[in-house]
Design a protein around this ligand. Sequence first.
Ligand SMILES: NC(=O)c1ccc[n+]([C@@H]2O[C@H](COP(=O)([O-])OP(=O)(O)OC[C@H]3O[C@@H](n4cnc5c(N)ncnc54)[C@H](O)[C@@H]3O)[C@@H](O)[C@H]2O)c1
Length: 337
Amino acid sequence: MTILVTGGAGFIGANFIFYMLREHPDDRMICVDKLTYAGCLSTLKPVLNHPAFRFVRLDICDRDGVYRLFKEEKPDIVVNFAAESHVDRSIEDPSVFLRTNIIGAGVLMDACRDYGIKRFHQVGTDEVYGDLPLDRPDLFFTEQTPLRASSPYSASKASADMLAMAYHRTFKLPVTISRCSNNYGPYQFPEKLIPLMITNALAAKPLPVYGDGLNVRDWLYVEDHCRAIDLILQNGRDGEVYNVGGHNEMNNITIVRLICRELGKPESLITYVTDRKGHDRRYAIDPAKIHKELGWLPATRFEEGIRKTVRWYVDNRQWWEHILSGGYLNDNDTLCQ
Ligand SMILES: NC(=O)c1ccc[n+]([C@@H]2O[C@H](COP(=O)([O-])OP(=O)(O)OC[C@H]3O[C@@H](n4cnc5c(N)ncnc54)[C@H](O)[C@@H]3O)[C@@H](O)[C@H]2O)c1
């Protein structure tokens, strides 16, 4: 089987490539990534010379390039991780989110249609459902919850999901969608909450927390997300959406305090900053469908996962310092030559 993974130089895509090369040694993995500011090719260094791996620097919006690659590689499966993924950046400038997250997904689906692919999997997010009130802990997002995106990021992801469902209905494209809650773990870009707090705390810098810090997210260790996608690729039903989440709700301030404790840093580093515009209050996933149909359950408890993640950032200072200094952008160019 040849699996084409887009966005594999980013956080979840890279973890997925490592996971799949380990769990499915007979499959071939082609990674397509534009290497935007969020792509770090040195993350993939351990597998760049792996015989079952190929890296191609390519923008998923480049229709000719995508078609050329499909003609050459004839992938069986496409897993689309490639996206602009940072909500704050989508508030600053939505345009690139619309281009990559919607147009790019459409280009991939067209190529999948023309080359008769076995499965197109769209990696989605629970943010497409909007948010839930803090005082209704009984409410969860199910696959039937209407889409009610709040940010340009989540609206662009909701659009891609709708396009995928439309391609399934209209063209019978074999499509699946996963909608996952917040991921954490190794190789996450240090602009996102958990790595930002860890790397700032290690440098004794202020820890900026939005608003009152009480916004709730449902946290999932990245490897559990990778396993969920693997199960969907193997046994998921065409045209279905699968919510992926760990029943692991935590508010932001609790996580930041936990990180301080884990690193032995004072909570006085915490500074409250003006809230994000349109900030969603609570996300919470009901993962009953993927559990019942595919037997998926998260394997990593939050206490264990956050400890492993903090340890990883402590042990891999070079990886994130290279990102903070901007040096990784030169590596992206040289490693591609
Ligand atoms: N991080 C989370 O908590 C989370 C949760 C649920 C779903 N998701 C989804 O999972 C996917 C991966 O998220 P992530 O956190 O790993 O993101 P990320 O920002 O770390 O990585 C995105 C990758 O996509 C690449 N990319 C961006 N534009 C591209 C383009 N036009 N062509 C080719 N490559 C391009 C970037 O270079 C980068 O390597 C996204 O689709 C995101 O919406 C993320």
